[in-house]
Design a protein around this ligand. Structure first.
Ligand code: ZN
Ligand code: ZN
Ligand code: ZN
Length: 248
């Protein structure tokens, strides 16, 4: 947090450095990101992501969308517009936030974005099936996503039964757990653990963690078996039980 001097913000442990929440997915030769927050550029540089096939959005809060301008690097490298997927309200928000990118007169160097509207139904990007997982973020509809046996839900404090049904049998779950205290729009750690007990994945990683949750090392030792805190740069392999140490 800007201006904060708490022990988490001052920690030298790389696992306590928390950029805005996002995920990079590699599947069947494809390279996708879920969300492009304000730290998108730094994340892509850090992880050396040299190719990106699509961007998939969960919702239109700025901590998940503010980095979209930087897809222009991929426009230059790949000589194509960037396919972007989101629900109608999300795409409308992008048209407003990035009005210059959708202007009739194209200014050189602007990001080239190709919008694709999705619903709650499973959709396909270049042969990869992606199943939206509708959840609620206070009263805002948000989509998590299931890709094979990987489920990713950020920014939720309610998962409806129909969505829990769609998550059955998943091997890996990534779920938001903001802090210990109750919060109006995010699961706290206790509520997140309750969801994990319903979903029963083999492995769970908590994400969208606030500095108020505490130090990675302290909280990790309190979590039930099978649940870990994610951290910036963590790499997880699905189908092999492997967790690869991040690049930091
Ligand atoms: Zn702090
Ligand atoms: Zn949000
Ligand atoms: Zn968020």
């Amino acid at each position: 947090m800007i201006g904060c001097n708490c022990e988490v913000c001052r920690s030298l442990d790389y696992r306590d450095k928390r950029f805005r929440t996002a995920a990079h997915i590699q599947v069947d030769g494809q390279s996708f990101v879920i969300d492009t927050g304000p730290d998108f550029r730094q994340q892509m540089l850090r992880e050396n992501i040299t190719h990106l096939d699509a961007v998939i959005f969960t919702h239109a809060h700025r901590d998940h969308t503010a980095g979209l301008d930087d897809v222009r690097s991929y426009n230059f490298l790949q000589k194509m517009d960037m396919p972007v997927y989101g629900t109608q309200p999300v795409l409308n928000q992008l048209r407003t936030e990035y009005a210059y990118a959708f202007a009739k007169v194209v200014y050189p160097g602007i990001p080239r974005i190709q919008l694709n509207e999705i619903s709650d139904e499973t959709f396909m990007i270049n042969g990869v099936n992606i199943t939206p997982l509708p959840v609620k973020h206070m009263n805002l509809p948000v989509l998590g996503y299931r890709i094979n046996n990987f489920c990713y839900i950020t920014d939720a404090n309610y998962i409806p039964d129909e969505t829990l049904e769609k998550m059955k049998g998943t091997e890996v779950l990534v779920l938001n757990a903001l802090q210990k205290e109750k919060h109006v729009s995010h699961f706290n750690i206790e509520e997140a653990i309750e969801q994990v007990e319903k979903i029963k994945p083999a492995r769970t990683y908590f994400t969208h963690i606030s500095h108020r949750l505490g130090l990675h090392a302290d909280i990790s030792s309190e979590l039930p078996d099978g649940i870990k805190l994610a951290y910036d740069g963590l790499q997880v392999e699905v189908g092999t039980k492997d967790e690869v140490r991040g690049t930091r």
